[in-house]
Ligand binder design. Sequence first.
Ligand code: HEM
Length: 308
Amino acid sequence: MKQSTEELVKRIEEKFEAIDQNPETHLEGLVWAKPITYWDYIQTDALLALQTQRTTLPDEMVFVMYHQINELLFKMMLWEAEQVTKNNELTAPFFAEKLDRISRYFDMLASSFSIMQNGMETEQYLKFRNTLTPASGFQSAQYRLIEFASTDTINLIDFRFRATIDRNTPIEHAYEHLYWHAAGKDHKTGKKSTLIRLFEEKYKELFLRKMEEYNTTNLYAKFKSLPKETQEDPILVKAMRHYDYTVNVTWVMAHYHAAAKYLQPEGEIVEATGGSDWRKYMHPRYQRRIFFPELWSEEEIKNWGENC
Ligand code: HEM
């Protein structure tokens, strides 16, 4: 409904008076304000100034920019997830819509992995990767935050240690047994790789804080706190299952196939920049990461990541 100028001015006055501001000063400011432009609003100059290569090889730019696109989409996913994790009046349609949004972003990343798989020359990749060792996409903090926001910590614990960990386990102990430590630890000596050591120096504190925060508010916990009939809503269940599958199987497999192209050229296995035993570690069959285990049958869980 269109408001009269008088009504608008009244609302502006009320808004600024409520925060002890003189409305006239703010109205006067509007007289001198610059009109907004696309480039100021979207901050295109700042965004497009962030692509820096370490080598002269042109395909490195594809690699850098595609990772940046991933990080932007991870941020969009966390934005949607927060609207569920911080919501105490969830309904099935709202929950399902937010999950579908996150899934759409992940579906987009999975289907666009061909930008990595077919978009670079192997010879160039094998050269520029030497300048980014020991870094790896493994060190994407937002990817880990998405995991913490999605499920109970127990579902992110390495399978070999699950029986020894429960809700009463101190958070730091649980953290040390997250599945992804398997990629960066020498299991004989227990020594952490440089990949993980640097990752932890930067993010461990944040991770512990977020694990605590999401302990009772993650997507799975929120789902389980809903009334039984809401939990059985077929649209919500479908959205939960789709999200779980697209993150933990579809994307993981797209990533695995891209990695295999560069790290196993002509059958010869190349060591990953992050140093993991990547062929074993990266496969969903090995990680068996499932965000919402109660929404899958025993058979489906048993065959997780098979036939794909
Ligand atoms: C040619 C492209 C890529 C290759 C060869 C590749 C390779 C690898 C390898 C080998 C690992 C295991 C850790 C290690 O030893 O480094 C890994 C982990 C990871 N990469 Fe990539 N990657 C590629 C593209 C990407 C992209 C575009 C992203 C998006 C951000 C990404 C995100 C990740 C994440 C999140 C992990 C950890 C996954 C987990 O713990 O299960 N990677 N990658």
